[in-house]
Design a protein around this ligand. Structure first.
Ligand code: KG4
Ligand code: ZN
Length: 334
């Protein structure tokens, strides 16, 4: 089945065509440069940009796959979890297309999309598995019982991991988004230079917390002349604390759930040290590790189309009353 996916939940306008697990096109118009001068995503600015470019992005997804609009057999759109003004743009576009083409429509939870980015990358990932979705807007551990069946095991209690990368980078004057710059600088730094706190180490839960860690970095260097600081060492030490926290909670969650397979997905899954430490720890613990391929880690619409195909195969679809919901829980994904 040829599914058109649409994703506009944050600052990427994306459209993709996926047929039976094969990505025919995957177009992402990033607004990164637009938001860089503000040091973060401005919801109103993002929504307006989605309205401006959504038509072109869908056209490009069709054109680069060599398909016409009439070839599309179903439409999947991110309708839950994200910035409300941004979500409504994609939902309105998807509904207009479903209505005019008379094709089934399905609304997808953004986190479910990221889980499917991992499944698209690793079609043979065992079920059940534990999936860490870690990004600028979320940090969540999900028990994936089977396709479209989830149980949330842990969540961030405050900031998302990517948000912490972005805020620390902003404090150090490194620009936005912060994750890729910190990743690059950390490669030349000493990760033992500063001993930043490992959050919730003794909590007994598999939740996350990043706000105290971010504040520890800021407080340690507040009032200093940033240009004189060993920025690579700070980046490496901060990154090490984030990575340790993510890996230890994920491995703990997999052991408790008694599953051997771990998936990792979302923008922060591109982090090179995270990939290294996960590989090391999973080898020690005997877990199988499945990272999302890097071109599907960030927000994209191929993951939405893939999730849509699975939901439609389960006999689910939405009607034209489909609404955008900014903070719906994942379990309500059906
Ligand atoms: O999945 P994504 O594109 O959008 C959201 O759903 O949030 O993730 C964006 C986040 C940003 O916070 C960015 O700093 C972070 O992913 N990120 C990274 C890396 N590349 C992107 N964080 C750490 N290391 C990276 N290499
Ligand atoms: Zn995302």
């Amino acid at each position: 089945m040829l599914v058109l996916g649409i994703e506009t939940s944050c600052d990427e306008t994306a459209a993709a065509l996926v047929a039976d697990g094969h990505i025919l096109s995957n177009v992402v118009a990033s607004q990164m440069d637009l938001h860089a001068s503000f040091g973060g995503v401005v919801p109103e600015v993002a929504a307006r940009k989605h309205v401006e470019v959504i038509g072109y992005v869908i056209n490009e997804a069709l054109g680069s796959a060599g398909k016409a609009l009439e070839d599309v057999e179903a439409i999947a759109v991110t309708s839950r979890y994200g910035l409300i003004g941004c979500l409504v743009v994609g939902v309105a576009a998807a509904k207009a297309l479903a209505y005019t083409l008379k094709r089934p429509l399905v609304g997808i939870h953004h986190i479910e999309g990221h889980i499917f980015a991992n499944i698209l990358s690793n079609p043979h990932i065992p079920m059940p598995h534990v999936c860490l979705t870690v990004s600028g807007g979320h940090t969540m551990l999900v028990y994936v019982k089977d396709l479209c069946q989830y149980e949330v095991l842990g969540n961030t209690l405050d900031d998302a991991a990517g948000e912490a990368f972005d805020k620390v980078a902003k404090f150090l004057g490194l620009g936005f988004p912060g994750g890729p710059v910190i990743d690059r600088l950390a490669a030349q730094g000493d990760r033992t230079a500063y001993n930043f706190p490992r959050p919730l180490r003794r909590s007994g839960t598999v939740d996350f917390s990043f706000s105290g860690l971010k504040t520890a970095v800021v407080n340690r260097f507040k009032g200093s002349d940033i240009s004189t600081l060993p920025v690579s060492d700070i980046a490496a030490s901060f990154q090490e604390a984030v990575v340790e926290h993510l890996v230890s909670k994920t491995v703990q969650a997999a052991s408790r759930a008694d599953v051997s397979a771990i998936g990792v997905t979302g923008g922060v899954a591109m982090n090179s040290r995270l990939r290294e430490v996960f590989a090391e720890r999973c080898r020690q613990e005997g877990h199988q590790l499945f990272f999302t391929r890097t071109d599907l880690c960030g927000d994209n619409a191929a993951m939405v189309a893939a999730a849509g195909a699975a939901r439609l195969a389960h006999g689910e679809s939405a009607d034209l009353y489909l609404s955008a919901v900014p903070n719906a829980p994942l379990e309500s994904a059906a």
